[in-house]
Design a protein around this ligand. Structure first.
Ligand SMILES: *Cc1c(COP(=O)(O)O)cnc(C)c1O
Length: 501
């Protein structure tokens, strides 16, 4: 397989950075009007806000400035430049039509302080989206406010806590969390004052109902369970687990981030889940990554609906016409968890996505996501170790076990894949699998693209036997190679810092 050439396109490896090209006196802008105007503009700014010394910026001309930013975009990797099989994250293509819809002036020009009468279209859209998500999940009470999956988890467990407190006067102190949970689940428990009771998965990679019996005491608020779990496996015993939890007065929180594997095929509410979050930025369109805005709506059973955050969006039918309004007063509610209506633009995209695909289209999303993951698994099975070798859902997990004899590890495979033009899969997660590579191809990759990914994975495995050094020093085609990833994330130096002369 040929090394992918993207990195080489327009990318001079050791090109000096913009800072190093700085020459005093060069500038990259031209203001309209006479040169005096610039000075006049500056005079408008009150003296106390004016700089006393020049800012320390690189002095370059316009074309160098343009090249700098274009270059930065090329050093980046995104779904628009290649496949991104980052397990659990659902980095899929989001149809551009939804971007166009979200930019319609009627939506972008709306303001949350507008009177309700002016916001009827936006309220109508949100009301309809809540109804769709309620139908898709089997959980009829929905709030659209949370800004991300983790925020949805926080909201959901807050609701659980409040419901227990109101019913028993005691919110309980523990929460069961399986070893295949997403890292945000235990974090959510901690944020809500619950300590975590871990439960190990069985030899089929799922939670055994029997193992819940002993753990589900009167002091356990419930269980937070990801389905399909982070091994990409369906929690087959979820209804039995829910029955055990409910019998002890607890609640079942379903982490719904992997909903692209259930759409139109199974509804969490029917499986015994009481509360779940959706990741609109994973399942229902909205570009994600880079920490940009997302949306993590929460769905609950009818019994828990009164605990949802305010405001709730309500519909009134009067004189044959429908009006939508915001209900603010509700003594049972956990209160506000986000300003205004949440990240509204994400809600518009999700609405457009659901309307465009319809029930059959959504079901096809799931069928393709599951088919693609199993196709990749079938291609890798003979070369990579598969810890739980069964039909998977939307993602599959393989390990580096067969490569240990030559000293090559998961991280080296991941780094070498970059040279072939692929974003690496999620690595070393779930934690219960040593050396895991967690691959989520998503439903939007074509068969050709999946074949290329499998071929790259097989080539890398072959290289590891023939020339392990190649992997140990990869990637070779990027601006920077291996770095201290912890420090890079914790001590980001994103600003130009020049030294005063
Ligand atoms: C992504 C994800 C989350 C967290 O969602 P964010 O929107 O990133 O906060 C929670 N659980 C699972 C299983 C996920 O994949």
């Amino acid at each position: 397989m040929e090394i992918f050439d993207r990195a080489a396109q327009g990318l001079v490896m050791n090109e000096p950075l913009i800072f190093e090209r700085s020459v005093p006196g060069r500038f990259a802008f031209s203001l309209p009007g006479e040169p005096d105007n610039a000075e006049a503009c500056v005079q408008v700014i009150p003296d106390k806000f004016r700089r006393k010394t020049r800012p320390l910026l690189p002095e370059v001309n316009e074309v160098e400035l343009v090249r700098h930013y274009t270059r930065l975009s090329q050093w980046n990797y995104g779904i628009d430049t290649g496949p991104y099989p980052l397990g659990s994250c659902t980095m899929k293509h989001n149809p551009r039509i939804n971007e166009a819809v979200a930019r319609l002036e009627g939506f972008t020009a709306g303001h949350p302080y507008h009177p309700e009468l002016w916001l009827q279209g936006s309220l109508n859209l949100m009301f309809a989206l809540e109804t769709f998500l309620g139908e898709i999940s089997g959980l009829p009470g929905v709030t659209l406010q949370p800004a991300a999956g983790a925020h949805g988890e926080f909201t959901g467990v807050r609701i659980m806590r409040r419901a227990l407190l109101q019913r028993d006067g005691n919110p309980r102190s523990q929460m069961i969390v399986p070893d295949t949970a997403h890292g945000t689940n235990p974090a959510t428990c901690a944020m809500n004052g619950y300590s975590v009771v871990h439960v190990a998965s069985n030899d089929k990679g799922i939670v055994d109902a029997d193992s819940i019996v002993a753990l589900m005491t009167d002091d356990v608020a419930g269980i937070m369970i990801t389905n399909p779990n982070t091994l990409g496996l369906f929690e087959e015993q979820l209804p039995a687990i829910a029955a055990i939890v409910h019998a002890k007065g607890g609640y079942v929180y379903g982490d719904g981030a992997n909903l692209n594997s259930l759409l139109g095929r199974a509804r969490p509410g029917d499986l015994g889940v009481d509360i779940m979050h959706f990741n609109l930025h994973k399942t229902f369109s909205t570009p994600h990554g880079g920490g940009g805005p997302g949306a993590g709506p929460v769905g609950v059973t009818e019994a828990l609906e009164r605990f949802l955050p305010v405001p709730r969006i309500r519909k009134a039918v009067k004189d044959g016409g429908e009006t939508y309004y915001l209900e603010m007063n509700n003594a049972d509610s956990i209160g506000r968890i986000k300003a205004f209506f949440g990240n509204f633009g994400m809600l518009v995209r999700a609405y457009a996505y659901i309307r465009e695909l319809g029930p059959d289209g959504l079901k096809q999303v799931t069928d393709m996501a599951v088919l693609n993951a199993n196709y990749v698994l079938a291609g890798l099975r003979d070369t990579y170790h598969v810890p739980y070798d069964r039909l998977c859902m939307h993602e599959c997990v393989v390990t580096d076990k067969y490569l240990h004899k030559v000293g090559v590890k998961t991280m080296d495979v991941a780094k070498r894949l970059i040279d072939y033009g692929f974003h690496p899969p999620t690595v070393y997660f779930p934690l219960c699998v040593a050396g895991a590579l967690m691959i989520e191809p998503t439903e939007t990759e074509s068969k050709q693209s999946l074949d290329e990914f499998v071929e790259a994975m097989l080539t890398v495995a072959k290289e590891s036997l023939e020339n392990p050094e190649l992997l140990l020093t990869a990637p070779h085609r990027t601006r920077v190679s291996r770095m201290d990833e912890v420090r890079a994330a914790r001590q980001m130096e994103l600003r130009f810092q020049s030294k005063p002369e």
